[in-house]
Design a protein around this ligand. Structure first.
Ligand code: COA
Length: 270
């Protein structure tokens, strides 16, 4: 098995590995696996090729697995680790994780709660589940918009909500989604109905931004909220959104606290 940096040409193969690996986690439990369209997957993965580290594992020139991580300041995030079902449990995931591990003081990743293998793999390296990630979807009930758009300081909000700078990611989100700034908060809404990230200087500001974003939604939306961000969970429930059956888990290295003023962008970009 050879490890090498991923290139743009690999993206269709990475998408295939992703779909088969994730189906292997969800289907045995009777859950429908996430199945992002190629373009949506490739857009995010391309952003990681440009701003992070992606490594593929190859056997006889066939991609059998891949891992991606990114680092902003001293903060590292594992965006993907997927191994072809027929190639699992022989050390490939561990080798890919080593290859994208880097050298960072603080680490985070997101897993599926029903996946013991990855949760144990990361747990042994000090990344421990600290809060569930709840997936809400549906057509929001009309709730009053509590705030109007107004300028806001993205860097200050990121420092409060994420704990690190996200300038390069705003460039990506801005290309694919509509950004709105609210008093002490910002939100992104994607054309397909995905909402997030929604981030605030504090939990009230983030919750009001989420409420305002939901109030103007025209159709079905999807938003992922950490359980630790209680005020945002309450907004999603008040708007009548439905909770999906498989929560994610946010894993944190020692000393990091779970977010309280954030609905995340997604599992790859946090
Ligand atoms: C998670 C994944 C990437 C791991 O890759 P892999 O090549 O199968 O993993 P490895 O063989 O390197 O290591 C797995 C380790 O988990 C251990 N493990 C397996 N099941 C376990 C369990 N229930 N509890 C604790 N440890 C467990 C294995 O013993 C092994 O450790 P060891 O090498 O010290 O014996 C791969 O299984 C996969 O792609 N799964 C489907 C997609 C997915 O869930 N990806 C993770 C997204 S967060």
């Amino acid at each position: 098995m050879d490890l090498r940096p991923a290139a743009d040409d690999d993206l269709p193969a990475l998408h295939g590995v992703f779909l088969r690996a994730v189906a292997g986690v969800f289907r045995p439990h009777g859950f429908e696996p996430p199945a992002p369209r190629y373009e949506a997957f490739a857009n995010q993965q391309r952003h990681l090729l440009a701003t992070g580290t992606t490594v593929v594992a190859e056997q006889e020139r066939e991609v059998r697995g891949f891992g991606s991580s990114w680092q902003r300041d001293a903060h590292w995030f594992l965006g993907s680790l997927f191994v072809e079902p027929g190639a699992q449990a022989v050390g490939l995931g561990t080798a890919l994780l080593d290859a994208v591990w880097g050298d960072a003081a603080h680490r985070r990743t997101i897993t599926d709660a029903i996946q013991p293998v990855s949760n144990a793999l990361y747990g042994r390296r000090g990344l421990v589940p600290s809060t569930p990630l709840l997936a809400f979807s549906g057509r929001p009930r009309r709730i009053a918009a509590p705030v109007e758009p107004i300028d806001a300081d993205l860097a200050a909000i990121d420092a409060a909500a994420y704990g690190f700078d996200r300038a390069v990611d705003h460039a990506y989100w801005e290309r694919h989604a509509r950004r709105t700034t609210w008093p002490g908060a910002y939100s992104y809404a994607f054309p397909g109905g995905e909402i997030g990230p929604v981030a605030g200087l504090d939990s009230d500001a983030a919750a009001q931004a989420l409420a305002a974003e939901l109030a103007r939604a025209e159709g079905e939306v999807r938003v992922r909220i950490p359980g630790s961000a209680r005020a945002l969970v309450e907004v999603a429930l008040r708007a009548g959104l439905r909770l999906g059956p498989v929560p994610g888990l946010l894993l944190l290295s020692e000393g990091l606290l779970p977010p309280h003023a954030l609905a995340i962008s997604g599992y790859m970009l946090f």
